[in-house]
Design a protein. Structure first.
Length: 330
């Protein structure tokens, strides 16, 4: 957003034009009018976001971003939703449960083999407080990184009686002792349906499911939903699916529209209105150890993730009402 206040340019005065009007007038008869329309849309969406406020939830919201299919924008969504919420003033904790450590990279966290990580936390050699790092771009965004060692954790914990509750127990212990109160805890799950994912689902109340705007991405959704239902019935009765987010959306293609409509027909109450576009800047950001929110704050990718974060934020009252009802039914 420009540092120049709106009072400098009284757009309600008829002799002044808004930025969108100027751009429309310049590009109206140009073969590059699509460029003008894109710039206008960007400005309008930024202005609309500026008029919106994020409400602090009544207590901590625990979210797992999960999809067993790889390449659907799961880690990208975890990182950028967290960054958007932090940018809006929320206190956010990200737990990188994916052995690839991509969320750690994107949030500027060290995650070499010598670093205390979520692997050490799950195995009981370190607490979350000891493994915690602060994201360089947002002082209110904390990260517990992952290392490749986490890939061996499933075998090492498989014989433990409480093997699906290791992360939950460590997380609760940290939050009870920490002076910092978090508004959001976000867990980036690995692209699988193993013990690491089960630990994640047993440590949260909500699941956010990113789905790529392609038909193949829809095929694995049923399997993921069955796994979540299994966890709901036998391991974590306070678990709900709170949002489905369409990623890599190309508004120029019929396929993207059809995938969005197909998901909307079956999961209308869960599908976010916001879609995440295919954008080079989103893919570039991790190579600079940044979220797209920090790397390209005025780009369409950052705008979309802010809008998605706002939608999720506005669900708080509904989610807590639903969770209260689930508690009473137990």
């Amino acid at each position: 957003m420009s540092d120049v206040s709106r009072e400098t340019f009284p757009t309600d005065d008829p002799q002044f034009e808004s930025a969108s009007h100027v751009i429309n007038r310049i590009f109206k008869d140009s073969p590059e009018s699509e460029v003008g329309a894109s710039i206008t849309e960007e400005i309008n969406r930024i202005d609309k976001l500026a008029s919106q406020t994020f409400e602090r939830p009544q207590s901590t919201r625990f979210l797992a971003v999960a999809n067993q299919k790889g390449g659907v924008g799961k880690t990208t969504s975890s990182v950028n939703l967290a960054a958007a919420l932090a940018e809006a003033g929320m206190n956010v904790l990200v737990l990188d449960m994916d052995p690839q450590g991509n969320a750690s990279t994107a949030l500027g966290a060290q995650h070499d083999s010598q670093t205390l990580s979520l692997y050490d936390v799950i195995e009981g050699r370190a607490s979350i407080a000891e493994a915690l790092q602060v994201c360089p771009d947002f002082e209110n965004l904390d990260v517990v990184p992952s290392t490749i060692d986490l890939s061996g954790a499933e075998l090492e914990i498989s014989s433990l009686e409480n093997r699906v509750y290791l992360l939950r127990d460590q997380l609760h212990a940290y939050l009870e002792s920490s002076e910092k109160k978090y508004d959001y805890v976000i867990i980036d799950c690995p692209p699988s349906l193993g013990l690491l994912v089960l630990n994640s689902l047993c440590a949260v109340h909500e699941v956010v499911i990113p789905i790529q705007a392609e038909y193949y991405a829809l095929e694995g959704l049923g399997q993921l939903l069955r796994t979540i239902q299994l966890v709901q019935k036998s391991m974590n009765r306070e678990l709900v699916i709170s949002a489905i987010l369409i990623t890599m959306y190309d508004k120029r293609t019929l396929l993207s529209h059809e995938v969005y409509e197909e998901v909307g027909q079956h999961y209308a109450s869960l599908l976010l209105e916001t879609t995440i576009p295919r954008a080079v800047r989103i893919a570039e950001a991790p190579s600079f150890a940044q979220s797209v929110i920090a790397y390209d704050p005025r780009g369409m990718g950052a705008i979309a993730y802010r809008e998605a974060a706002l939608e999720i934020n506005k669900k708080s009252t509904h989610i807590f009402t639903l969770l209260d009802r689930l508690k009473k039914e137990q």
